[in-house]
Ligand binder design. Sequence first.
Ligand code: ZN
Length: 360
Amino acid sequence: MLAEMDGFDTTEGVIIIAATNRPDVLDSALLRPGRFDRQIFIDLPDLVGREQILRVHSRKLAIAEDVDLSVVARGTPGLSGAELANLLNESALLAARRNKKRVDMHDIEDAREKVQFGRERRRIMDDEDKKIVAYHEAGHALVGAVVDDGDLPVHKVTIIPRGRSLGSTMYIPKKDIYNYAKRRMLARLATLYGGRISEEVVLGDITSGASSDILQATKLARSMVCDWGMSPLGPIAYGENHDTVFLGREITRSENFSEETARMIDIEIHKLVEEQYNRAKSIIIDKRAALDQIAAALLQYETIEGRHVLEILEFGEIRSPVLPPIITNKTGDSPEKKPAEKTAPEGLSGDAPAPAPSPA
Ligand code: ZN
């Protein structure tokens, strides 16, 4: 490649551009002045970028008048250009399946959930399992709504299985979030434990359903202590976190601290987790009536929206209409129920990825 590049004269007006996903392992010979001398980092698109990308890809689609692409952009933080194109493609397929002439907001919202959180998997769950999932998700939603400072409201709670999860609590950030304050991290920890605690308090037993919550919470607490200096151990990086070096590589931590420090790190992580676990637990116990109502609403409707959770908290009942599940015959063999949807942005789902939104 270098030999080829040597053939060009700098006065010829030829620009050579190359792309890589692994800038960390490039041979430095490639990066010397006169060769590839400029590096441009292309990050995932931001809010404005996503809206523009959606505009480009929606040109060839018949879009209904109710579609507001800025709302769609707001609900899709972290999606790449290709994923946004895929989202519109999926919504066109959904609209066609529903015999619509135009893609409307409902189709886009359903497609967004499918792209971000996985396809709905209708499975036969018995009443006992449904009740466990309903209380688990109600726990996330209740704690999430109580600890929310207004930036990351609960968007939707559902007990419809999706991807690998049995239910999800989804959150949509009001804006793209670039910095995560400690206060929000703590809220996130509490919310993650809401599901498990609800099972424990209500059902008197715990299930394996909280494994991904526990994994996320543990990672988050460890990063708070080791990477972000958010514990009494101070603003020191304990071990190098190679999490971001390359997608797909296991997180490795090269240990540059003593065994004594390792013990203190463990203690601080436990403290963070315990405090937020207890915070979530007292919310669940204090607001047990609301928890019961959210769980009952989930068992009745399967999916409710964030505002319904807030109404239960404020008025003790759901006041705005919950759209009943509509029946769409997807494959012809098994009628599938789908909850009707309204427009709203979403980014995070309950058991969502830590700083990023995700399904619980
Ligand atoms: Zn959960």
